[in-house]
Design a protein. Structure first.
Ligand code: B12
Ligand code: SF4
Length: 485
């Protein structure tokens, strides 16, 4: 049996700043197909950057029995459009959707997108093998766990699939199916371009921040791989793929500090001390842990700070960190020469200008002299399916009662190049946020000129024009009166 897996690209702007590495989830699903003795081909369009027509031509040429689309909410419309065209060129193929968006909004998708036959909710390694058996006539849809499907025109949700208990037992993601990605994997680390590979050492997160869907996707649990298995994959990246650096893609790499120490010790013991990066939370960090990570090669830690206001962190977004812990962590990172790369968001529920300015003040503290000023990401709150923010947006009437993730809404605010994911606005207006973003760009010297091609595309819409009108006003204000209001 032949399986075609596709990752549609979406948000173009992100390509400016990071390399596009194989989508690991699809790599895992592809490995499971190979292990079951079937043929598989992958088009990861973040890497290949093909036009839709070219994708369809390749898909038709390969002639798969099952076509699996993998996507998040940002690239859902590209996926829906592909599914329709694929159904036309391969009418007998089973079109399956998997990944974060189908996991979170399966029913809505199947109700409205007739070209998708089945949605896989959650992990795909075992589900894909069941679907192959379904296509071969060896299994009934009703007996497959963790899927949504149509039965006589009705959407049915199967019972949830049990999560894979032993992550060490999974074969590595099938990186050999992702074309020339190693050539595109260069990343600037301390002034040198190095090929970076990536891996996942755990699945899930035990926290429940109000804007994040992680707890829904992974059932609010975390499962770990053993240090041996993790370091084995690092060895594989270095030996087989000639990677010069690595990136732990885990949502939170440091949930269990003891395990991090064990991984670091093993990295050192096996002579794999190369530059690496990961995401951390500040609440369970210590200078000793960071020092061990540094010794093992860590050069950058990503941390979700989200807000500079302790009230927002504690009472509004359930982040379970405070700004004191953030400041300790910045200080330790600077003392140890690790780059602290923080993510902040504007427009939390109930956040006004005063608290938003606290975020800008805290962002300034992340500035790292040596690496230039780009060590902070600032975004505007967006509404993703399966989050508390989504519920709030419904309660507040920001999203219409009958909102569907399969439709575009002209009167809902969204951001350029970010897949019509609606923006959450409460007390801060778009005008105020534009002002703050411009202030931050002035402080951080964000290369605004690089964005101009994308901005032009957005200017073609009326909403885009209004948005950039606000940005323009804010820009003039900042230029005339400086960065302080
Ligand atoms: C690393 C990462 C990134 C990386 C790389 C993403 C990539 N495509 O590889 C970067 C930094 C680029 C990134 C960017 C963004 N990300 Co991101 N990212 C992650 C993260 C932490 C890990 C992804 C991963 O490798 N997971 C591990 C694999 C094993 O899981 P998986 O991908 O879900 O795949 C499994 C199943 O879903 C399923 N499956 C997947 N595809 C298919 C296909 C078929 C056919 C089948 C049967 C099954 C199947 O089987 C897989 C194996 O079990 C996840 C959170 C997480 N822990 O998953 C967020 C996550 C995917 N990101 C998220 C978001 C919001 C973003 C951004 C919008 C952030 C931003 N503000 O810009 C952008 C969007 C980029 C885009 N257009 O898609 C959200 C997505 C929510 C949503 N509804 O879409 C997530 C879930 C985090 C969250 N907070 O909720 N991200
Ligand atoms: S934002 Fe980070 S810590 Fe919070 S729930 Fe999501 S992954 Fe977990």
């Amino acid at each position: 049996m032949k399986i075609q897996l596709i990752v549609p690209s979406g948000y173009q702007g992100i390509k400016e700043s990071i390399p596009f590495l194989p989508t690991l989830g699809v790599g895992y699903v592809a490995s499971a197909v190979e292990a079951a003795g079937h043929q598989v081909s992958v088009i990861d369009n973040f890497i290949e950057n093909l036009r839709e027509k070219e994708i369809i031509k390749r898909v038709a040429g390969y002639g798969a029995d099952i076509v699996g689309l993998s996507f998040g909410s940002e690239n859902r419309f590209e996926a829906f459009s592909l599914s329709e065209k694929i159904k036309k060129v391969l009418p007998d193929a089973l079109v399956v959707a998997g990944g974060p968006h189908p996991t979170l909004a399966a029913e809505d998708m199947l109700k409205n997108i007739g070209s998708v036959d089945i949605a896989v909710i959650g992990e795909g390694e075992e589900a894909i093998v069941d679907l192959i058996n379904l296509k071969c006539g060896r299994k009934e849809a009703g007996k497959i766990e963790g899927v949504a499907y149509r039965d006589a025109g009705k959407i049915k949700l199967a019972s949830p699939r049990r999560q894979i208990s032993d992550l060490d037992s999974l074969p590595y993601p099938a990186r050999h199916l992702f074309g020339d990605w190693p050539e595109k994997s260069g990343i600037l680390i301390r002034g040198k371009s190095l090929r970076i590979g990536h891996l996942m050492t755990s699945r899930g997160c035990v926290f429940k921040c109000n804007f994040c869907s992680e707890s829904r996707i992974w059932q609010n649990k975390i499962r770990f791989r053993s240090p041996e298995s993790v370091v084995g994959e690092i060895r594989h990246l270095v030996d087989e793929w000639k990677m010069q650096a690595y990136w732990f893609y885990d949502s939170v790499f440091t949930t269990d500090p003891r395990r991090v120490i064990d991984i670091c010790d093993l990295i050192i013991k096996r002579g794999l001390v190369l530059p690496w990066r990961c995401n951390i939370r500040v609440d369970n960090m210590s200078k000793e842990l960071l020092a061990k990570m540094k010794e093992a090669g860590c050069y950058l830690v990503g941390l979700g700070v989200e807000s500079g206001s302790d009230r927002i962190l504690k009472e509004v977004i359930n982040k379970r960190i405070n700004t004191g812990q953030v400041r300790d962590c910045i200080r330790w990172c600077k003392e140890l020469d690790i780059i602290p790369h923080a993510f902040f968001v504007l427009s939390h529920p109930t956040e006004g200008m005063e608290e938003a300015r606290l975020s800008i003040d805290l962002m300034k503290e992340f500035y790292v002299e040596k690496e230039g000023r780009g060590s902070v990401g600032l975004g505007i709150m967006r509404i993703y399916p399966g989050t508390d923010i989504e519920k709030k947006a419904h309660d507040q009437g920001i999203l219409p009662k009958d909102y569907s993730w399969t439709k575009r809404y002209k009167d809902l605010e969204s951001l350029p190049m970010q897949g019509d994911v609606p923006v959450y606005t409460d007390r801060l207006s778009m005008k105020e946020m534009s002002g703050l973003i411009f202030q931050w760009q002035q402080i951080s010297c964000d290369p605004f000129l690089k964005r101009i091609p994308y901005i032009f595309r957005d200017l073609l819409t009326f909403r885009g024009l209004i948005k950039y009108f606000y940005f323009g006003l804010a820009f003039i204000k900042v230029k005339l009166f400086g960065i302080k209001d």
